[in-house]
Design a protein. Structure first.
Length: 285
């Protein structure tokens, strides 16, 4: 493969093991990224490590430190970090099989592709993959990646295995922190029924090609216009949402198909200002 693996080691199911490589399943290469430039010269800015007392320092003189209290650090060397060895540094050992429904969506994280590392590994890898497919379960195992031990969820995908990092409990906030402030209220059954019918109208298969990042598209359009030397005018501020009758809005929505709603929204946006000058939607974090 042309892509460099993120992690290399061994996949092990009981006494069966084989060398494998883990590859990132997503890419950010298509995103628009900006560099920091000097306003005066347009030269790219260099970030120079600086000690607040001694001024600029060489990167060779930088060490890692953990702050145990304000302004007080414990210095840890790279050699000491390397000496913290776990078996999972080189082995992805399958420990348990679970139903995917048992893993809360909050815990699913980044996707990876797991593949055999070399021709000699294919047979054992295939045996493990097919056994997982027959069981119909998600395999759980741990590995050390980027100096962190990560729980991995594995499932067969085509000729390989799809792997997801699973967040640990300390990384996941409790929903009550946010949801407990929502007042308890029971909406009118008629409104819920109408909203359910609107959902039925919008039902359809998931096609990722229909959900491109409109903010990225707007940024690229802006860059092209600036490259041509065009002056870009600031868009109008969006108006605050009008206070409307909820039941009336539901009934009007029910009278439109999903396509008609999209056409109406596009027509309204076009009537306000040219498409190239539309206010870009806020990018999702």
């Amino acid at each position: 493969m042309a892509t460099r693996p993120t992690w290399q080691g061994y996949l092990r199911l009981s006494l069966v093991s084989c060398p494998v490589a883990l590859y990132t399943a997503t890419s950010r290469s298509g995103e628009v990224h900006f560099n920091m430039l000097s306003k005066k010269t347009n030269n790219r800015i260099r970030m120079i490590p600086t000690d607040p007392e001694d001024g600029p320092i060489d990167r060779a003189d930088i060490v890692k430190g953990y702050e145990i209290e304000k302004g007080h650090y414990v210095v840890i060397t790279d050699e000491e970090i390397k000496n913290v060895r776990l078996e999972t540094t080189r082995t992805l050992d399958i420990e348990r099989f679970v139903d995917d429904a048992d893993i809360d969506r909050l815990y699913w994280n980044d996707p990876y592709f797991l593949a055999p590392d070399g021709d000699m590994a294919v047979e054992a890898f295939t045996v493990i993959r097919e056994a997982m497919k027959k069981a119909g379960k998600v395999a759980l195992g741990r590995l050390v990646m980027h100096q962190r031990e990560r729980l991995m969820a594995l499932e067969p995908r085509d000729k390989g295995i799809l792997a997801y990092t699973i967040r640990n409990k300390r990384e996941v906030r409790q929903a009550d922190e946010i949801f407990e402030h929502i007042k308890s209220a029971k909406p009118p059954a008629q409104m819920v029924d109408i909203a359910a019918k609107i959902i039925d109208q919008l039902e359809g298969p998931f096609d990722p090609s229909q959900f491109n990042d409109r903010y990225e598209d707007a940024l690229r359009a802006l860059i092209k216009e600036k490259e041509k030397g065009h002056t870009i005018k600031a868009p109008e501020e969006p108006k605050e949402a009008e206070v409307i009758d909820l039941m009336e809005a539901l009934k009007r929505s029910l009278g439109q198909s999903g396509g008609e709603r999209r056409k109406t929204a596009s027509a309204r946006a076009g009537a306000k200002k040219p498409a190239a000058k539309r206010t870009p939607a806020k990018k999702r974090a």
